[in-house]
Design a protein around this ligand. Structure first.
Ligand SMILES: [Cu+2]
Length: 366
């Protein structure tokens, strides 16, 4: 949580408000937990209570790294497609999980051969239900407490501003028993994203799980308001791998002073580093997004050169995208498709000199 709010520098002349993003987080890149343990690495970025807006998605988009072609616009929509389609795509691209649901195996079509999750390939996580529609809308994650037979069950959702408190929750399977087996994805069995509804106060944490399936992590919510917690994981239930993203609200009583979403900018700073991106995400096709970090060499963090969480303003739909396995001309390359037109806040977690930082930008998709 500590953040170091920094201002984004207007790369261009957009003057807008720069937001303070910054924050780095602490991370522990600790070990990779093995199954059920969770490690925590966290970071908090944008801590600025002042300014961001909420909204997020979690999607993962996989794209074909080589071709410039997007695997499909649908990064976001994968979930929506039929399993076969999904399987085909993934198989072709070697992508890993789908957003929603189950990892490669389309959650839905059992007949499809389960694909292995290859977290080394660019891909997206997130969508909540593998079952989401097949329509064009992008399948986004984090909008529901339950999906695919799993239900997020927080022990408490009320916090006091600025005070560290334990956040505890379980993911209950049908029948109510907490899930205790999880696949390790990007070095962790569960990734937790927390941010306020105005898209400020972003934190990426890794709770630890007790033997009974209770996840816990110390959480400090800096200022009053309604926050969103989004758990991104792959549960192992009854022989199935259920990759999903569940979310719920966390409340901090007090006078909530929402921070306006900073204007779209392509360059920001965090931890003394300047981070910019190139690429224009749209809804029609998967587009490349290249992040350039100036001031330090980007190192692998949680199994990749970076992790990108994109949150949609208005509903906090969550999309989580992973980059190509190798740097491209020193840049971290993602492939992404927006689920809809609108404003989003992008949070790019990366590591330099052993420290995890988070750069954030406002993205306007038209
Ligand atoms: Cu994580």
């Amino acid at each position: 949580m500590p953040d170091q709010p920094q201002k984004a520098q207007p790369a261009e002349s957009k003057a807008a408000e720069s937001k303070a993003v910054g924050s780095e987080a602490e991370s522990n890149a600790e070990g990779k937990a093995t199954e059920s343990k969770a490690v925590k690495a966290d970071k908090a970025d944008e801590a600025s209570p002042s300014g961001k807006k909420p909204g997020k998605w979690a999607l993962d988009v996989d794209v074909k790294p080589d071709t410039g072609e997007p695997t499909r616009n649908e990064g976001f929509r994968f979930a929506a497609f039929g399993a076969l389609l999904i399987v085909v795509l993934f198989a072709g691209y070697g992508l890993g999980r789908l957003n929603n649901g189950t990892p490669a195996p389309a959650a839905q079509t059992p007949s499809a051969a389960p694909t292995a999750i290859n977290e080394n390939m660019p891909h997206t996580h997130g969508a909540t239900g593998a079952g989401t529609t097949t329509t064009a809308g992008a399948a986004v994650g984090g909008l529901s407490l339950s999906s695919d037979g799993l239900t997020l069950h927080p022990a408490a959702t009320t916090f006091q501003a600025g005070k560290p408190q334990p956040l505890r929750f379980t993911v209950d399977a049908t029948g109510g028993a907490p899930v205790t087996s999880y696949a390790i994805v990007h070095d962790k069995p569960l990734h937790l994203i927390v941010l306020r509804r105005d898209l400020t106060g972003f934190q990426h944490l890794h709770p630890e799980m007790a033997a009974d399936g209770t996840w816990s992590v110390d959480l400090t919510l800096p200022a009053p308001g309604v926050y969103r917690m989004i758990a991104d994981f792959t549960a192992l239930v009854g022989g199935r791998q259920i990759a999903t993203t569940l979310g719920t609200d966390l409340i901090v009583a007090g006078d909530y002073v929402p921070v306006p979403l900073p204007a779209p900018e392509r360059t920001t700073t965090t931890g003394g580093l300047t981070v910019s991106y190139a690429g224009t995400p749209g809804t029609q096709a998967v587009q490349p997004l290249l992040m350039t970090v100036t001031g330090g060499a980007v190192e692998p963090y949680l199994g990749a050169y970076g992790h990108l969480v994109v949150m949609r303003q208005g509903d906090l739909a969550y999309v989580h995208v992973h980059p190509e396995q190798q740097l491209v001309d020193g840049k971290v390359k993602f492939w992404i498709t927006a689920p809809s037109p609108g404003d989003y806040r992008m949070f790019f977690d990366f590591q330099v000199a052993g420290k995890v930082h988070t750069a954030a930008w406002t993205l306007r998709v038209s």
